[in-house]
Design a protein around this ligand. Structure first.
Ligand SMILES: Nc1ncnc2c1ncn2[C@@H]1O[C@H](COP(=O)(O)OP(=O)(O)OP(=O)(O)O)[C@@H](O)[C@H]1O
Ligand SMILES: [Mg+2]
Length: 509
């Protein structure tokens, strides 16, 4: 097969009638072929995508580039930034950088450095837009999944939500839920059981302990008001660029269960509020999940089923989801089979799992007359990738060994002064800045208990369930305290082991 045939096959495979993103040029025999432009039609983006590759192979740069081009094409985006290496989009790239100049000379494309409008979001207490939710908005099912409740405990949770709904007890934060749990097993037990049936104290106790454990993971900060409205993700900065929403999740690396539940709640909310749209000319919103293995790492099989379902359904709302991870098999097979845009950076064969991942990646490519992907996948340079997507007739495009353009924005960290500028130009910060502390289940039940105690002529102080001493003495909490102590002991033992044996040895306590 000649170079001429190659160019003809790429040009035919990647000719699109509608708007498209030009991110790469194809390579043949390790040479850039400047006539062989590789592009993705915007129309088929809602069939979702995957970026995979070994560490340091430019996966996050691929994400950066995609976000830039989406913004340029009036598509708003939300990216889960686990390593905090995407905020860089807020500043222009370095047009004098010799690597960038040489890359763009080989591509025969101009390089225009520019910045992009970003909105910085946070799940915890950074001084930018806080992304929060209420327990009520999570609903009984998702809240139970987050706590890993079994079926019996899950049904108790459904009854509790119904009870709160009937009595108009707002469930905003975790304190609300804890107060309700205590109330229905103590002061309100009789009335609750008359109306809603018997609930085993052991089930309520387990739920209570799991909530306290969740608080210890820092989830209490997430459940608060005002809750975030997902339509706020869809905003234009000016009529030439759309906002890239960057959610900083650096503190989620060691809390994968919380991360996966948060992801599902966000996707479910987006699915819920966006209207049915069918196949559009371009997505309404792109959601990019960097380090996506964290979503699936500790998710229960039921949570995985739910994520799979939402990923499948959300495309009809015009939402594009893009997963970025090291090995393709980090993504469960049912989700992987729904990802049609594939950007595969270099994979390295170090372990048996790597060998299987390479095999899996290669098996999912269209057959190529020009490449031997099973060999080439290990020889790709930094900033190169295998690419295939769907064309406008929904047919996979030819597999292409590509060379990536450089991001137009910076490839280096922001200074504090630059972060401050991004914060001060935020369009949303004022909307979500102040905490709302409305009267919810916790306050309402406290009031009810106090009134009852007064009526019974007892000493209200002795009965005050909200006090710290009462909480520490609470029968439900004792188990958590010992679980937590065990965790600390395990952590300390592991630290000692690493000190003695070095970081390469692995031991699980
Ligand atoms: N200013 C720069 N210009 C070009 N390349 C750079 C620049 N800064 C870093 N790099 C290269 O980019 C690579 C890191 O890219 P990136 O963060 O996109 O990788 P990654 O695949 O996302 O890695 P990880 O899996 O660790 O997140 C480094 O190997 C480095 O060689
Ligand atoms: Mg990365």
């Amino acid at each position: 097969m000649s170079k001429k045939d190659f160019v003809a096959s790429i040009q035919e495979g990647y000719s699109h009638e509608w708007d498209h993103l030009i991110l790469w040029k194809a390579k043949l025999d390790h040479e850039v072929v400047s006539e062989a432009t590789i592009s993705i039609p915007l129309k088929t983006l809602n069939r979702h995508g995957l970026i995979a590759g070994a560490t340091g192979t430019w996966k996050t740069k691929s994400v950066q580039l995609l976000l830039e081009w989406l913004s340029n094409h009036w598509i708003p985006s939300l990216v889960m930034d686990i390593k905090w290496d995407l905020s860089w989009l807020a500043q222009p790239g370095d047009g004098e950088n010799k690597h960038i100049i040489s890359r763009h000379t080989s591509l025969d494309l101009p390089y225009d450095a520019t910045w992009f409008p970003v909105e910085l979001l946070s799940l915890s207490d950074q001084p930018w837009v806080r992304l929060r939710s209420t327990v009520s908005e999570f609903g009984p099912l998702l809240f139970s999944k987050m706590l890993w409740l079994n079926h019996t405990q899950e049904s108790v949770m459904s009854v509790i939500f119904k009870y709160c709904d009937d009595r108009q007890l707002g469930l905003v934060d975790l304190d609300d839920m804890k107060t309700v749990l205590k109330f229905i097993t103590e002061e309100g037990k009789e009335w609750f059981e008359d109306s809603y049936g018997f609930v085993a104290e052991s089930s309520v106790g387990t739920i209570f302990r799991k909530i306290v454990a969740l608080e210890q993971q820092g989830a209490d900060i997430f459940f608060w008001e005002p809750s975030f409205e997902v339509f706020d993700l869809v905003r234009t900065w000016s009529d030439w660029k759309w906002v890239i929403n960057i959610l900083r999740l650096t503190d989620m690396q060691d809390r994968p269960a919380l991360f996966s539940t948060f992801m599902l709640s966000l996707l479910a909310e987006v699915y819920d509020v966006f209207p049915e749209a069918g196949d559009l000319d371009k997505p309404k919103l792109a959601i990019v999940i960097d380090e996506a293995h964290l979503v699936f790492k500790e998710a229960s099989s039921e949570l995985l089923d739910q994520i799979e379902t939402v990923v499948k359904l959300i495309r009809s709302k015009g939402i594009w989801i893009f997963f970025c991870t090291q090995l393709p098999d980090d993504i469960p097979a049912p989700v992987l089979s729904q990802l049609w845009l594939k950007i595969q950076h270099q994979l390295r064969w170090v372990t048996e799992r790597d060998r299987k991942a390479i095999k899996l990646a290669v098996e999912n490519y269209p057959i190529s007359d020009y490449y031997k992907p099973e060999d080439l996948i290990m020889e790709l340079w930094i900033g190169e990738a295998f690419v295939t997507c769907l064309n406008e007739k929904w047919v996979p495009t030819p597999l292409s060994h590509t060379y990536l353009r450089a991001p137009q924005s910076r490839m280096d960290i922001l200074t504090q002064a630059e972060i401050d500028i991004a914060i001060s130009s935020s369009l949303l910060i004022h909307k979500y800045k102040d905490d709302l502390d409305k009267e919810s289940a916790h306050e309402l039940l406290q009031k009810e208990i106090a009134e009852k105690v007064k009526a019974d002529g007892k000493n209200a102080d002795d009965q005050n369930n909200g006090s710290v001493s009462h909480l520490l003495n609470n029968k439900f909490v004792k188990g958590v305290a010992s679980d937590f102590t065990n965790q600390i002991i395990r952590w300390a033992l592991r630290k000692m082991w690493l000190k003695v044996h070095g970081s390469r040895s692995f031991v699980k306590f």
